[in-house]
Design a protein around this ligand. Structure first.
Ligand SMILES: [Zn+2]
Length: 385
């Protein structure tokens, strides 16, 4: 029987491989091979993504399906500084533990590459969700390492976009009247977007970050091309859509003002904000307590100001989902740093892996074997409770 200690050895092996997004060939293979050996049906290269997989096991009598989400991409330069090696093995261990204790339905492990977005299949959970790969899943569970035990970290919806203005080049002294400056359009846009900041909802955690990537070549030639790249974020996916509409109007207006034409391209898919399942969070809280861990209160953790974005959020909008943050480093440890990379292979990481996988499997077991609990989770998700 695959043990917690063997799981930790596997987490260390993945930590050492430190494969970056969309290139997690060895890491995904280690997980796939183990799941296959443990009697799971494994689909490798799932949904056309070489390092994605889906592994499923039927527990012997009809019932729901609970999915555990694995991530295993490292960060360029700093390795496993987000602790995804622990996420990967926690998902697999939780699935194995659940398959030994639960009696109904199926357990699944989804291998979801490139959460950090450094490769071809950036934010693969969104790509999988959009292809309906989570149809038939009743709940999705995962853990993410961090600096405290908590449930329900809020995240920001984000859309990256690129604006390209096209003008007309001309001699800036001899025939400036013939020139159309794409740079002027870009500067106006940059200024107008800054003005927009004052007139957005204060409760929606709006974050706007942008740069001018191209703005001309020589001072005596009218810049005929300018490129801006922006990230727009909000704690509410619907409000982000509104922000994008406002942004489009600004670009349109600046195009009219300067006579430069424009295109707006979305860079990658939109990351949603996280939809909480309080039923699942309460069950996770109970599970952690039974393992001797007192997590942050739900009131405290869900009220935190969201700092980042995650592709897990897009799944949480489709199926009831739970992410347990597991403590592998002291409060205040900078993330995506050498310190967090060390934490992901530390003694605290080993303990967190065991506790997180136990807690996830306790929640899963209830979802599979306690129909009334699953019913409550579903009613809450559908807003009928
Ligand atoms: Zn991460």
């Amino acid at each position: 029987m695959f043990s917690d200690d063997e799981g930790w050895a596997m987490a260390l092996a993945i930590h050492k491989l430190a494969e970056t997004g969309s290139k997690e060939y060895e890491s995904s293979k280690i997980l796939e091979d183990l799941l296959e050996k443990e009697g799971f049906t494994v689909e490798r290269g799932y949904s056309g993504i070489p390092t994605a997989f889906r592994a499923t096991k039927y527990l012997g009598s009809p019932g729901p399906t609970v999915a555990f989400l694995a991530e295993y991409d490292a960060l360029p330069g700093v390795g496993h500084a987000c602790g995804h090696n622990i996420i990967a093995v926690a998902a697999v261990l939780a699935a194995l533990k659940t398959s030994r204790t639960a009696h109904h339905g199926s357990v699944a492990v989804y291998g979801t590459p490139d959460e950090e977005g450094s490769g071809e299949f950036a934010g693969s959970k969104i790509l999988l969700a959009e292809k309906n790969c989570f149809a038939g899943v009743d709940a999705a569970l995962m853990t993410h390492p961090g600096t405290s035990w908590s449930l329900g970290s809020p995240s920001l919806a984000v859309q990256d976009l690129r604006v390209t203005f096209k003008g007309y080049a001309s001699h800036e002294a001899a025939s400036p009247e013939k020139g159309v400056s794409a740079l002027d359009a870009a500067i106006l846009t940059y200024t107008a977007v800054n003005m927009m900041r004052q007139h957005v909802r204060r409760d929606m955690n709006v974050v706007i970050h942008g740069v001018i990537r191209e703005g001309g070549q020589a001072s005596n030639v009218t810049p005929d091309k300018a490129v801006l790249v922006y990230g727009l974020r909000s704690s509410d996916s619907d409000y982000l859509e509104e922000l994008i509409k406002k942004f489009r109007l600004i670009v349109q207006g600046c195009s009219l003002a300067t006579n430069a034409s424009y295109t707006i391209d979305m860079i990658g898919p939109m990351f949603s904000s996280t939809k909480f399942s309080f039923e699942l969070m309460k069950a996770g809280e109970e599970a952690l307590r039974s393992l001797g861990i007192e997590p942050k209160s739900l009131a405290e953790s869900t009220a935190e100001i969201p700092k980042g974005s995650t592709d897990f959020a897009n799944i949480s909008q489709r199926v009831p989902s739970l992410e347990i943050t597991s403590k592998i480093a002291p409060e205040g440890t900078p993330w995506h740093s050498e310190m967090s990379a060390r934490a992901a292979s530390s003694e605290e990481g080993r303990v967190a892996l065991r506790i997180a996988s136990d807690a996830l499997s306790k929640v899963a077991q209830r979802l599979l074997d306690e129909p009334a609990f699953l019913q409550r989770v579903k009613l809450e998700f559908e807003g009928r409770k």
